[in-house]
Design a protein around this ligand. Sequence first.
Ligand SMILES: Nc1ncnc2c1ncn2[C@@H]1O[C@H](COP(=O)(O)OP(=O)(O)OP(=O)(O)O)[C@@H](O)[C@H]1O
Ligand SMILES: [Mg+2]
Length: 477
Amino acid sequence: MKDNLKCLLFDAIADNSDSGIAVIDSNGIIIYYNQQMSEIEGMDHDEVINRFVFSVFPTFNKKNSTLLKAISTGKPVYNQEQQYINHKGKKIFAVVTDIPIVENGKVLGVVEFAKDLYRAKNLYDSINRLENQHIAYKKNDDPKQRKPNYYTFDDFKTQNDFLKGIIERTKRLSGSDSNVLIFGETGTGKEIIAQSIHNLSGRNNRPFIAQNCAAIPETLLESILFGTTKGSFTGASDRPGLFEQADGGTLLLDELNSMPISLQSKLLRVLQEKYVRRVGATTEKPVDVRVIATVNTNPLALIQEKTLREDLFYRLSVIYIYIPPLRERKEDILYLTNHFMNKYKHIVSGTPPRVSREVKEEFLKYSWDGNVRELENVIESVINTIENEEEIRLEHLPYYLLEKLKKPDLQAAHSIIPGSSLADTIETLEKKLIIEALELSRGNISIAARMLKLKRQTLQNKVKKLGIDKSEFLDLV
Ligand SMILES: Nc1ncnc2c1ncn2[C@@H]1O[C@H](COP(=O)(O)OP(=O)(O)OP(=O)(O)O)[C@@H](O)[C@H]1O
Ligand SMILES: [Mg+2]
């Protein structure tokens, strides 16, 4: 077959495959990334191409990356479940297969095939939750005892006066039937608040059902919410939707802004009329459901960009709760650090370690894009890995966090440094970028040069001129 035809054939297969496909060369540089992969991992082609794999996926290292395993062993890895985070903090849950490309015994690279498990997991979680609830109800005839273990407002820890005020007001309004809209970034405790409201309300012995609206195709989400009738589409059966199942209780709709606009109109109708019509049905049923919706972007911005209907916003935001991100409530960073240290201290045998001053200082400066969940994960992971130490120091923190902690320096170099000339500032910035590339490439000049789109020799010269000692970066992991 001619090379040209081979290329066209490859493109046709890769572009139309329903798997995500990425190719990594033997240095760990991503050299191919198809559209499906882009959807699974939530990143554009240009964001990842020619970048070193660890710089795009900060939670990976030599030990846990199946890709690097396939490169170093030359053996394929089949159907491995992987949960990881991309450099923007998005959680990815996929099944991957990594096939090394070997020529004359030398590994030239690895092709990775990935299937998204996030959607499936979402659906599975919903089914699981419903099933558990169903079992709980069947087991227990006494309605007062029919409650699963919901969060209560006591679980939401804060020292922030603004948030304390919001919690007090929300407690007072929990008993009403008003709908609720919660705005907060990922990991700020929206689910805790939603469950606490339900728990404190008169609906607490009726179901609490949560449904994430992201990554579910419109027609499927419509059937999940409103139910189906037999024959409404191939294979459809008579099935109640979540509105009917949550009757008398609370329905939490997570990431409402991911719900297609046309479905938002249907939701608005149900909220206004309090009647639901299953897909394909001709009649309607009355439902009594309190809806709590969450968004992770400012709802006013969402209305402007037309991903949230304004009339739906007004319907839902009768009780409006804003949870500021952790980085904007500094007093909570150390307070919650302490809280989670107490929560996980039983894991260590002997006296639990203290958190050192340097770690506290870095925690206060860090951006915490994953908010309280990220802080909790960091503490849990440090406590699980630390051995016989009196103090948690910087070196005990997860690798990805140490990498991110270096970033503010780079930002600082973008601004004007008093008393410094433009040339000096550029040199400082250049030096920092080169150091970052060398750290990510473990001191490998060729990889660092590709990341910076420089010739190898040019980078070599700059490293010498700027007095950077590349041996410092060898094998950092
Ligand atoms: N104020 C808080 N006090 C104690 N723990 C908290 C607090 N906020 C969040 N957490 C912890 O962080 C985790 C994440 O919280 P939660 O699931 O409620 O966040 P979320 O806002 O719903 O996130 P997402 O948008 O990703 O769904 C919780 O399991 C809890 O352990
Ligand atoms: Mg949530």
